[in-house]
Design a protein around this ligand. Structure first.
Ligand code: C2E
Ligand code: MG
Ligand code: MG
Ligand code: MG
Length: 275
């Protein structure tokens, strides 16, 4: 009986595995088609604000996939797939071109776009970005690319070379999700970046009455000492906002101040912000 049960369980797992692989394969084929045919990918834009003045400082483009049968998919459900299958390069190019075309007309200081490790390790990446900015007429000094620390992890000089070339073009670099993964405060000085974005897991650890977070305070002190800008992500409460303000965090991003929104909503927001 035990043996039979064991086989039964195995057959069950094998079926599950099979279904998982098939789902992934069909999602990959659908993403490939979406990239070739167009019309299914779209961008949301989340604003960032200067902590002290409360002024709008920029927007971050966040990709969504309006899937024909599954509805609106968030990046967590398809970016890892795009990274594993190499589709991330085409997806990333679409995101940058679309964001640059859309945000070009907005009177904002900064457009932020996320970049995956798989894009940054391609030796042609910086040139590709340059070509897209030339095509769309978007000024390089208004673009900030968000990369994660793990992009520098593997071997090879490509990521660092790309960062150097991008910065030569006037493009700024932010370290996204700072504090997760490979973070090492001592390496921060060696990475040529302009900004760090403190991961939302640190922001959400700022609890009412707890006196804030010693880690955030330390990160901000160090970042300021070496001349980096700091944005805190995931700001959801007034307590978090006032603590971050008291420890000198330059910019804030989060649901408290603004959710990811459509291009139309951003147009209205920047009109009001102009006053
Ligand atoms: P991220 O770059 O760290 O973006 C911030 C994420 O946190 C966004 O999720 C945003 O909607 C969410 N968020 C913002 N404020 C709050 C808040 O106050 N509370 C909470 N709970 N969440 C908040 P989203 O849009 O699902 O994006 C997830 C991640 O997917 C992004 O994290 C980024 O790493 C990646 N991603 C998004 N668009 C792209 C893209 O075009 N290319 C690449 N390579 N990655 C992308
Ligand atoms: Mg980001
Ligand atoms: Mg982030
Ligand atoms: Mg994050």
């Amino acid at each position: 009986v035990a043996k039979k049960g064991g086989r039964g369980r195995f057959a069950f797992f094998a079926d599950e595995m099979d279904a998982f692989v098939k789902d992934r394969q069909s999602l990959e084929a659908e993403l490939r088609a979406a990239l070739s045919e167009g019309g299914q990918l779209e961008l949301a834009y989340q604003p960032t604000f200067a902590t002290h003045s409360g002024k709008l400082s920029g927007v971050e483009a966040l990709v969504r996939w309006r899937h024909p049968t599954k509805g609106l998919l968030m990046p967590g459900t398809f970016i890892p797939l795009a990274e594993d299958t190499g589709l991330i390069e085409r997806l990333g190019e679409w995101v940058l071109a679309e964001a640059a075309r859309t945000a070009g007309a907005w009177p904002i200081e900064r457009l932020a776009v996320n970049v995956s490790q798989g894009q940054l390790k391609n030796p042609g990446f910086a040139d590709k970005v340059k070509a897209i900015l030339a095509e769309t007429g978007f000024e390089p000094d208004r673009l900030e690319l968000e990369i994660t620390e793990s992009s520098f992890a593997g071997n090879g000089p490509e990521a660092k070379d790309n960062v150097a070339k991008l910065r030569d073009q006037g493009i700024r670099i932010a370290l996204d999700d700072f504090g997760t993964g490979y973070s090492s405060l001592s390496h921060l000085r060696d990475l040529d970046v302009d900004r760090i974005k403190i991961d939302s897991s640190f922001t959400s650890a700022i609890l009412p009455g707890a006196g804030g977070s010693a880690i955030i305070r330390a990160i901000i002190d160090l970042a300021r000492a070496i001349g980096l800008n700091v944005t805190a992500e995931g700001v959801e409460t007034d307590e978090q906002r006032s603590f971050l303000s008291s420890v000198g965090c330059h910019e804030l991003q989060g649901y408290l101040l603004g959710r990811p929104m459509s291009a139309g909503q951003v147009s209205r927001l920047v009109e009001t912000a102009k006053g």
